[in-house]
Design a protein around this ligand. Structure first.
Ligand code: NAD
Length: 359
C-alpha cells in the first residue's frame, strides 16, 4: 500500500523522469495488489485500485501528448522542448524572446491542406513549419530540390508533400495543385510566396532580368492563384500572397521588383473582388527587410543595416517567423472577414511619410 501511495505521488510530480518511473512502479504494485485481492475476493479494493490506475494513466497520456507536440523536429528552428507550459510550441523562443507562446494552443489547420511556394528557404520555410505545427497537411514547392527535401525532412511525413516546381511555368503549378489534391483530397490555402530580388533602374536592369523577375514574382503569383482557385472555390478556402513594402511604394533602383510586387498588391485586390462573393478570400503580406537568404548580403553590411534601422520604428530586422505568424492568421478563420488587404508586416516602416526624423 505504501508503495502505491509513493508511486501515486511520483506520478503527480512535475519532473518527467520521476513521473514516468512512478508510473511503472504504480503499474507493477497495482498488478501485485490485484493479483492478491482477487483470490481473497476483495472486489471493492480491486475497484478502488482500478479507479486510481485509470486516473494516473490519463495524467501520463496527457503529458505524453504534450511532449510529442513540443518535440523539436530535425532542422526545425525550435529550441529544446519540454513539458512545461512556458515553451510548448517548439518554436525558437529563446532566440526570439518577443514571440509569445499563444501558438501552442492553436491548431487552426488540422485537416486542412496548404500549399506554400518557395518553401525551401526563408519565409516560405517558416510558413510551412508554422502551418505544419498548426496541424495542416503542407505541400512544399521550390526550384531547389535538395533544400526542399531538407525542409520536408523536418515535417511529419504523413502530412507533407514536397514537389519541385517552377512557379513561372503555369503547367507546373497546375500539376502542383493537382498533386496536392490527389494526395490530401482538397486544397484549402494557397500561399504564393516564391520570389527573387532584382536591382537596377528602368534603363539599367537587363531585359532578361526584367522578364525573369516579372515571370517569377508576378506571373508566379498569378499562376498559383489561377491554378488554385477552382479547388479553393470547392473548399471556400483562401489565398495569401507574399507581396512586399516594395509593392506599396518604390525603392531606389529596384524597378522590376517594384513593378512585380506592385502587381501582386493589386492582383490580390482584384481576386478579393472577383471571388469574395463566392467564398474565397485573398490577402497579401507586405514584409520589410527580413532575415532570409535573399537579404543575406544586405545583412552582412552593418552600415546598410544601420541605414535601415534609422527608418525602422521597431529597430530590428524581421525574422521569417514574424511573417509566418501573420500569414497563418490571414489564412485562418480568425481572419474570416479580412479580404483584399495588403498587410504591412514591417515594424512600422510604412507608417512614415518618408521624411527623415528631426532632432
Ligand atoms: N527577405 C525580405 O526582406 C523580403 C521582404 C519583402 C518581401 N519578400 C518576399 O518574400 C518572398 C520570400 O523570399 P525570402 O525572403 O524568403 O527569400 P528566399 O530566397 O529565402 O526564398 C525564396 C524562395 O523562392 C524560391 N524560388 C525562386 N524562384 C522560384 C521559382 N521560379 N519557382 C519556385 N520557387 C522559386 C527560392 O528557391 C527560395 O527558396 C519573396 O516573394 C520575396 O520577394 C522578401
Amino acid at each position: 500500500m505504501a508503495v502505491t501511495v509513493l508511486a501515486s505521488w511520483m506520478v503527480a510530480s512535475k519532473a518527467r523522469l520521476r513521473r514516468e518511473v512512478g508510473f511503472w512502479i504504480f503499474l507493477l504494485s497495482n498488478a501485485l495488489w490485484v493479483a492478491w485481492a482477487i483470490p481473497e475476493r476483495a472486489y471493492a479494493l480491486v475497484a478502488l485500485q482500478l479507479f486510481l490506475a485509470i486516473t494516473n494513466l490519463r495524467g501520463i497520456a496527457k503529458c505524453r501528448k504534450e511532449r510529442l507536440r513540443s518535440r523539436p523536429r530535425r532542422g526545425d528552428d525550435s529550441s529544446e522542448a519540454n513539458c512545461s507550459p512556458m515553451n510548448p510550441s517548439g518554436m525558437a523562443v529563446a532566440a526570439l524572446p518577443h514571440l509569445n507562446t499563444m501558438e501552442a494552443s492553436m491548431e487552426r489547420f488540422t485537416g486542412k491542406t496548404v500549399i506554400v511556394t518557395g518553401s525551401a528557404s526563408g519565409m516560405g520555410r517558416g510558413m510551412a513549419q508554422r502551418f505544419s505545427r498548426e496541424g495542416a497537411n503542407v505541400v512544399l514547392c521550390d526550384v531547389h530540390e535538395d533544400k526542399l527535401r531538407e525542409v520536408a525532412s523536418t515535417l511529419p511525413s504523413d502530412r507533407t508533400l514536397a514537389q519541385v516546381c517552377d512557379v513561372s511555368d503555369f503547367e507546373a503549378v497546375a500539376g502542383l495543385v493537382a498533386a496536392a489534391v490527389k494526395r490530401f483530397g482538397a486544397l484549402d490555402v494557397m500561399c504564393n510566396n516564391a520570389g527573387i530580388a532584382s536591382e537596377g533602374s528602368v534603363v539599367e536592369v537587363p531585359l532578361d532580368e526584367w522578364k525573369k523577375t516579372i515571370d517569377t514574382d508576378l506571373s508566379g503569383v498569378f499562376h498559383g492563384c489561377r491554378a488554385a482557385l477552382p479547388e479553393l472555390l470547392k473548399t471556400q478556402g483562401c489565398i495569401v500572397n507574399t507581396a512586399s513594402v516594395s509593392g506599396l511604394a518604390a525603392d531606389w533602383s529596384m524597378s522590376a521588383y517594384n513593378a512585380a510586387k506592385g502587381g501582386v498588391v493589386n492582383l490580390t485586390r482584384a481576386i478579393a473582388l472577383d471571388f469574395g462573393a463566392r467564398g474565397v478570400r485573398a490577402n497579401a503580406v507586405c514584409p520589410s527587410l527580413t532575415r532570409t537568404g535573399m537579404t543575406q548580403d544586405m545583412l552582412d553590411d552593418p552600415s546598410l543595416v544601420a541605414k535601415f534601422m534609422e527608418r525602422m520604428p521597431l529597430k530590428r530586422v524581421a525574422e521569417p517567423e514574424d511573417i509566418a505568424g501573420v500569414v497563418a492568421f490571414l489564412a485562418s478563420d480568425d481572419a474570416r472577414f479580412v479580404n483584399g488587404v495588403n498587410l504591412p508586416v514591417d515594424g512600422g516602416v510604412m507608417a512614415s511619410n518618408g521624411q527623415p526624423a528631426q532632432g
